[in-house]
Design a binder for this molecule. Structure first.
Ligand code: SAM
Length: 242
């Protein structure tokens, strides 16, 4: 089990409380910083994941840890009946709701507040699930993954994107410099949250990578799990079925 890294290192509050507060704090800059710090490449990662779930033409999609909804909006191209964005942070989802209204898709993309470790959805109620850069923030990783498994219908597809560390030593060193020094500096400048963008590399370093994460997914009961490093391993794409 990886050690628990929390946003504000505050022993008096749960990780969940701190994660919610952090995302509420940075919500106004989240989309801008996301695209800036990833040089816009995060958009291609979500496209790839949406293509994977698209193979079963899902009608009901759940976007776990949806934040401002970028994954949910990408999934619109699959013409589903409903996409539910689910997140702890109202601050993040309010930006998602505003984007949905602007795109005139509020009847298809809805945002629901809640905890992924205890979801208010029936068993087998979604055809597909997406999670972008969310699982690393769960307080109890296994509980969140078990819930995702429970609410997916048999045969449904799940796509998880998570930030990761490149395996090649040289790229990893360069990436470490960018991710460990440049990202926190730019993040601090724009988001005005001194911790949020230091928590990012710390939480990535503490999260199970590659085959370690696959083992956890297998134990939960997911099938046909595949792991694909994207952009030199800066992002990991895990695809699977229930
Ligand atoms: C880095 S953002 C990712 C947003 C979006 N998925 C994307 O691809 O850009 C992580 C999101 O996970 C949410 N989150 C973290 N733990 C959660 C939990 N236990 N239940 C629901 N949402 C959670 C946070 O509130 C935050 O909005």
């Amino acid at each position: 089990m990886s050690k628990t890294v929390t946003p504000y290192n505050d022993a008096t509050r749960t990780k969940k409380e701190q994660v919610e507060e952090m995302f509420d704090n940075i919500a106004h800059r989240y989309d801008f910083l996301n695209h800036l710090l990833s040089l816009g490449i995060d958009i291609t990662w979500r496209k790839k994941a949406v293509k994977f779930i698209g193979t079963i033409q899902p009608k009901k999609i759940l976007d776990v840890a949806s934040g401002t909804g970028d994954f949910a909006f990408e999934a619109l191209k699959l013409n589903p009946e409903k996409i539910t964005g689910f997140d702890l942070s109202e601050g993040m989802m309010n930006y998602g709701r505003a984007k949905a209204a602007k795109m005139n898709v509020s009847n298809i993309v809805e945002f629901v507040k809640g905890d992924s470790e205890k979801m208010p959805f029936a068993d087998n109620s979604f055809d597909a699930i997406t999670v972008g850069f969310g699982v690393r923030n769960f307080e109890n990783l296994e509980a969140g993954l078990r819930e995702m498994h429970r609410v997916t219908r048999p045969g449904g597809k799940i796509a998880i994107l998570e930030a990761s560390q490149p395996q090649n030593t040289i790229i990893r060193a360069l990436f470490g410099l960018y991710f460990g020094k440049v990202v926190p500096m730019i993040g601090r400048m724009f988001s005005k949250d001194a911790r949020a963008y230091s928590y990012l590399p710390e939480s990535v370093a503490a999260f199970p990578q590659g085959f370690d994460f696959i083992k956890i997914l297998e134990n939960i009961g997911f099938r046909n799990i595949k792991w694909q490093p994207l952009t030199f391993g800066a992002c990991a794409f895990y695809s699977m079925e229930k």
